[in-house]
Design a binder for this molecule. Structure first.
Ligand code: FUB
Length: 307
């Protein structure tokens, strides 16, 4: 029995089942989707692409706020509305349109939403803030200031089984991690560079654990655009060993990709984004496809299903 072939065929069949659902929502743009299971419901926390006059430091993006979406059947999506905007966070520059890729995670019944934004004090390109709520849909109360001691984009939080909390972040071939204190709002360790990644790794880290292995996943651009790749390690502190790509880059000009992995109702899903509604790399829409693991815990590459 050729296990790799069987797994490939199962994966291919499963990925076809996801067809026609992408992009997941069409009434507004939604990029950088972080999917989380909370109270048996699948919530997605993406960023929002819109249109506006160009502002320095936004790389052509125009991203004012965050909405949260939910589903229980992967087909019907509910938009729960705005949970945070560039004009509702005390430390964020008003009308800066720089609310990039976020994350949200539950701990002890509270929901912690992490987001990068342009700080009023101009101390960095992006600082990372946290807002807290009692439910996944909010209302979220932002802290008065950003998390001291770190700067960068694309926060991702992973809580290990022993309760240690890790915040990964950064971009431009500089991905770092810190441990957070139990308050989820302050750092316990200084930033350290994530070890073991190949060159041309980019941004958007997302870490998860499966069968005692830590999967460090990231957009990677060895070619003309970002593909979704992964590396595996025995500790959330790394080092990680590069394993390969899960999703190839786009050939039609959407340079970025940004993703998350989640297990929901006994299936593993990859969330990512593409510009398939707009044809414009700054107006992206979230998508999802099923992935699977082979007998070694490796993730065979999938093909994205587009509309
Ligand atoms: O969405 C703005 C930026 O583009 C994100 O922070 C990156 O990960 C890339 O998707």
């Amino acid at each position: 029995l050729n296990f790799k072939r069987v797994f490939f065929l199962i994966g291919f069949w499963l990925s076809l089942q996801g067809q026609a659902q992408n992009p997941l929502v069409t009434h507004r743009f939604s990029a950088d989707p972080t999917a989380r299971v909370m109270n048996d419901t699948l919530f997605v926390f993406p960023s929002s692409d819109t249109t506006c006059a160009q502002i320095k430091g936004n790389n052509g993006f125009c991203m004012p706020d965050y909405h949260v979406y939910s589903t229980t059947d992967l087909t019907t999506w509910k938009d729960h509305g705005e949970i945070l905007s560039h004009n509702t966070v005390p430390w964020v520059e008003e009308n800066s349109y720089g609310m990039w890729a976020p994350d949200c995670i539950e701990k002890d019944g509270k929901y912690y939403f992490y987001f990068p934004a342009m700080p009023k004090d101009k101390s960095a390109f992006r600082r990372i803030g946290v807002a807290v709520a009692d439910t996944p849909t909010g209302p979220y109360t932002p802290e008065n200031s950003y998390i001291e001691g770190i700067e960068g984009i694309d926060p991702n939080v992973f809580i290990d089984d022993d309760g240690s909390i890790f915040l990964y972040f950064g971009g431009g071939e500089n991905l770092f991690f810190v441990e957070l204190n139990q308050d989820m709002k302050s750092i316990k360790t200084k930033p350290q560079k994530v070890q073991g990644l190949p060159s041309k790794y980019k941004e958007g880290p997302f870490v998860f654990k499966r069968n005692d292995k830590y999967y460090f996943t990231f957009p990677h651009a060895p070619g003309p655009a970002e593909e979704i790749s992964y590396a595996v390690g025995d500790s959330p502190r790394g080092p990680f060993e590069y394993k390969g790509k899960v999703l190839e880059h786009w050939k039609d000009g959407c340079w970025t990709n940004h993703h998350s992995f989640v297990e929901y109702k006994n299936e593993w899903l990859l969330f990512y984004h593409h510009m398939d509604i707009s044809g414009n790399k700054h107006r992206r829409s979230m998508c999802a496809d099923r992935i699977f693991f082979d007998e070694n815990g490796d993730i065979p590459e999938i093909k994205a299903t587009q509309r």
